[in-house]
Every structure is written in structure tokens, then in C-alpha cells.
Design a protein around this ligand. Structure first.
Ligand code: G3H
Ligand code: 13P
Ligand code: ZN
Length: 315
């Protein structure tokens, strides 16, 4: 398998262990050397499996050669249980491209298509991926996104439990992203009383026992990061995430992969803003980028330990 050359693993064994012991694997998005090092170092420090997630736009930003050179530079061992995952691949070509350059896991996000078209495209990706040892995630339902505080009321389409058995059987995918009320970005909820749809999760977990279920849009938006940004020149006061107790509850009910991007973005921004306001005369990028990197690292350690519960799982 191509990804083995980089010391990467696919997600199958890590999901099987997570399901057996009721914890989750954190899938942390990264987009440059700093965020890659921060997440990998956090996994190493906590002795935890982790998924390094790259969106299509992040892949475009880094470039294939630069990304895979950085992955090679990590000198990973398969014992570390680290997967490289394409997040929200929107086409067959996008997924096969990632597989052909060394990714060990891909997501085909055909959730905007009809049920039948979603099945057809996801099955086609799974067939290509499986002959190369790569794991595939697909999505049913819509996990929408909020770019700013004014769009928090946008439409939510929850996954219909009646669809999941047929979808998984016909696509042969390895994991399923479901929509139970999470959304991408930093503006997820209007009030603290909003609950995830645990009834839907319960039904899906009952229909697909021990099948890997995935939660996107699952950043908790730590208050301390929002406060640090706002106190140092930022303005994201309405940011609100998924409460950590609800995330832990979802894990206990069968979620075995939790996607986090916004929390890392906030942490990086908080670190950089703090350093810049405390040191207005400074202009050495290594100083403020270093503070951003440390903040992403600390946040990933906290979430691996207190949300994923995946620390010290490597045997
Ligand atoms: O789920 C989506 C991720 O947050 C990726 O966002 O395309 O801006 O990298 P991006
Ligand atoms: P957040 O925006 O909640 O971090 O979600 C990230 C995600 O789902 C990436 O696929
Ligand atoms: Zn997502």
C-alpha cells in the first residue's frame, strides 16, 4: 500500500478498538507545517491514535509535494496509529487523487446529491479505495456550516435512520458521517439549551451495531479561546460550540470519530493575537507562529484527553 511508505495506517483497526472500548479518534484538520506538528506532537505526547485531516482547499493550499514531504518528515511508525484522511472529498477524482499520492483514508461527501446518486458515487470510491487498502467515509444527511454569527438559523437536515442500513450495505463504506444537529464553523447554536438529536443517534447505532459512526462539525469552541481572541483585537463574540458533555455522550452512544477544525483555528488565532498584542515591537514570525502552534498543541491534548478519551490507547 502506498501510504505504508509514510508509516501511515488506515482507520480500520483504530475504529475497531475505539468501538470496543467506547472512545473516539480525533480527526484534526491541519493546513501548514505548524498545525501538522502541533497535532502530531499532541498525539505522541498522549500516546493516542489520531487522524490528520486535510480538506480539498487545504490540500490545494499546501500542494501535493509539500504536504507529502511534510508527512514523510514526521518519520511516522505504524505503531503510532496515525491516518492521513481527505476531509469532504466532493468528487471521485478528488478521492482517487488523494489515494494516489499516499492518503490512507478518504471521505466522499456526496450528501448534496440524491440518495441514489450518493450511493452510486460512494460505492465507486469504496471500490477504488479498497483495492488499495484505503478506508472510506461517506455522509448521509446535511451537516451545514455557519461562516458568521448571522447564519446560525440555516436549515438542518438530519440523517434519516431508515436510510442507513441500505446505504451502508450498498456502498460498502467503512464509516458513516451522520447529521444529528452539529454544524461546521464557530457559530453552531443560538442557546446553551440546544441539544444534539441523541434519539436519532440511538436509532442509527441500534440499526448499525458496532459500525463506525462519525461526527462532523464537532468543535466545542472553548470559551477561553474566544475570550483571548476578543480581548486582543478580535470580534467573534457570538461563537458557540457543542458542549463537551454532549460530545462525550455521543461517544458513549457509538460515535468513534470526532472532527475538529474550528477549535484549532481559534487556538492558533488566539496564540498569534496574544503574542502580537503582548509584544507590539516584535516582528519575528517564528515567535508568533510558535505561540499559535503551542496553542493548537495544548488544545489537541485537552480534547484527546477530555473529549475523545483516546489517551494511552496505543499498545
Ligand atoms: O469541514 C470542513 C473543514 O472545516 C474544512 O474547511 O475547506 O476551509 O479547509 P476548509
Ligand atoms: P468544526 O467546524 O466544528 O471544527 O468541524 C470540522 C469538521 O467537521 C471537518 O470536517
Ligand atoms: Zn466536516
Amino acid at each position: 500500500m502506498l501510504y505504508e511508505k509514510f508509516g501511515l495506517v488506515n482507520t480500520r483497526d483504530m475504529f475497531a478498538d475505539a468501538i470496543a472500548h467506547r472512545y473516539a479518534i480525533g480527526a484534526f484538520n491541519f493546513y501548514n507545517m505548524e498545525t501538522l506538528i502541533a497535532v502530531t506532537s499532541a498525539a505522541r505526547e498522549t500516546n493516542s491514535p489520531v487522524i490528520l485531516a486535510v480538506s480539498e482547499s487545504a490540500l490545494q493550499y499546501m500542494g501535493d509535494d509539500m504536504l507529502m514531504s511534510m508527512i514523510a518528515g514526521l518519520r511516522l511508525s505504524p505503531n503510532e496509529q496515525i491516518a492521513l484522511h481527505l476531509d469532504h472529498g466532493h468528487s471521485f477524482e478528488s478521492c482517487t487523487h488523494a489515494i494516489d499520492i499516499g492518503f490512507s483514508s478518504v471521505m466522499i461527501d456526496a450528501s448534496a446529491l440524491s440518495f441514489r446518486e450518493n450511493i452510486a458515487l460512494s460505492a465507486r470510491v469504496a471500490k477504488y479505495a479498497h483495492t488499495r487498502g484505503v478506508a472510506v467515509e461517506a455522509e448521509l444527511g446535511a451537516i451545514d456550516g455557519h461562516e458568521d454569527e448571522n447564519t446560525t438559523s440555516s436549515r438542518k437536515v438530519f440523517t434519516d435512520p431508515n436510510d442507513v442500513y441500505e446505504f451502508v450495505a450498498q456502498t460498502n463504506i467503512d464509516s458513516l458521517a451522520i447529521a444529528i444537529g452539529t454544524s461546521h464553523g464557530a457559530y453552531k447554536r443560538r442557546s446553551d439549551s440546544e441539544q444534539l438529536r441523541f434519539d436519532i443517534l440511538g436509532e442509527i447505532a441500534h440499526i448499525l451495531p458496532r459500525f463506525p459512526l462519525v461526527l462532523h462539525g464537532a468543535s466545542s469552541i472553548p470559551e477561553i479561546l474566544v475570550k483571548t481572541i476578543n480581548q486582543n483585537g478580535g470580534d467573534i463574540s457570538a461563537a458557540r460550540g457543542i458542549p463537551t458533555d454532549q460530545l462525550r455522550q455521543a461517544v458513549l452512544m457509538g460515535i468513534c470519530k470526532i472532527n475538529v477544525d474550528s477549535d484549532s483555528r481559534l487556538a492558533f488565532t488566539a496564540g498569534v493575537r496574544l503574542e502580537m498584542s503582548e509584544n507590539p515591537c516584535g516582528f519575528n514570525p517564528r515567535e508568533y507562529l510558535g505561540l499559535g502552534t503551542s496553542a493548537v498543541y495544548e488544545n489537541a491534548i485537552d480534547e484527546i484527553t477530555n473529549i475523545m478519551n483516546s489517551a494511552n490507547r496505543l499498545h
